[in-house]
Design a protein around this ligand. Structure first.
Ligand SMILES: Nc1ncnc2c1ncn2[C@@H]1O[C@H](COP(=O)(O)OP(=O)(O)OP(=O)(O)O)[C@@H](O)[C@H]1O
Length: 299
């Protein structure tokens, strides 16, 4: 099913100097007609900023999530509908004739809907789709034209609507074996590299996404940033870790205090789970020890 979203502001969206700067630059490139690509590790706010920007453009928004199973037809559509018609002969009652209607119909998919109608496309984690599927984006971004395999002229050449805009996101950790075709695509976009949030943004996002006070959110963010800056984790803890801790403490109706053993366990559970995906015991022990020290320092 093709879902088209109405552009609207996001609830609890945090706009700090850092976010405003990224948004404004992104919007300028989009207005100039260039696709924008937010690239960065998990939890750096790529998807949220992309959706926020899409909302700012004010046109309907079409979202695609990259998928290794996608074929080009999942993006632009395909020819379908091999129709049969039944004819009854009014004079000879025993005659029922089936007539094949060979005129196939082109059924659009999300990308072709967006380019035809001038909607804003958000293609989240686009590098998860195979280059063969994404190739179709090259003529769209470059020649502002799409040719399909449709047998009727109208759908064979599709002109890109002047208001069509595209926003991409990707996570470089996911494409180690980068491929030339995806590179060609990247050459046609303005790539903005996102890093972990600055202190103010991380704090305000954690605060906005939980019911915790700013003061309590601050303690959590200090521990999470301390762990990230230690450089000793397999994967960096992200703002998601801060949000999870904050929400859990709120449900438990406790404050982040080092004298509370249950609180200490919440920090350790969430932060070891966020930073070690293989589940190695030594790594987890190491993270627990660092978290313990940070709790002593900040809570
Ligand atoms: N400006 C913001 N205002 C409020 N919440 C935000 C903002 N930016 C990010 N967040 C929150 O931070 C978390 C991570 O953001 P997001 O999912 O956009 O990151 P991402 O880089 O796309 O991550 P991933 O690559 O893992 O999908 C989410 O819970 C999101 O709601």
């Amino acid at each position: 099913m093709n879902t088209v979203l109405a552009p609207r502001p996001m609830a609890n969206f945090v706009e700090t100097e850092y976010i405003r700067d990224i948004t404004e630059r992104g919007l300028t490139y989009l207005k100039a007609g260039f696709p924008v690509h937010f690239r960065g590790p998990s939890g750096t706010g790529k998807t949220t900023v992309a959706m926020h920007l899409a909302g700012k453009i004010g046109r309907p928004v079409v979202v695609i999530h990259g998928d290794s199973e996608y074929k080009t037809s999942d993006l632009i559509g395909s020819e379908q509908g091999y129709k049969f018609r039944r004819l009854n002969d009014n004079f000879i009652h025993s005659v029922h004739k089936y007539e094949e209607d060979m005129s196939k119909q082109w059924v659009n998919n999300r990308l072709s809907i967006a380019i035809k109608k001038g909607f804003t496309l958000v293609y989240d984690e686009f590098t998860r789709s195979r280059p063969e599927a994404n190739n179709i984006l090259l003529p769209i971004l470059q020649e502002k034209m799409l040719s399909t395999s449709a047998s009727n002229e109208e759908d064979y050449y599709m002109k890109v609507h002047p208001e069509f805009r595209a926003i991409f996101t990707s996570n470089p950790e996911e494409y180690a074996g980068v491929n030339r075709t995806q590179d060609a695509l990247r050459d046609r976009m303005v790539t903005m590299d996102l890093d972990y949030f600055d202190y103010e943004t991380e704090l305000r996002v954690t605060h906005a996404k939980s019911e915790l006070t700013l003061e309590d959110s601050e303690k959590i963010v200090q521990v999470v940033r301390g762990l990230r800056e230690s450089g000793k984790t397999e994967f960096d803890p992200t703002v998601r870790g801060s949000i999870m801790i904050a929400r859990t403490l709120h449900i438990m109706q406790v404050r982040p205090e080092k004298t509370n053993d249950a609180v200490r366990k919440v920090f350790q559970d969430i932060l070891t789970s966020e930073t070690s995906r293989v589940g190695s015991k030594t790594n987890q022990e190491k993270v627990r020890a660092i978290v313990n020290d940070l709790i002593e320092a900040y809570l």
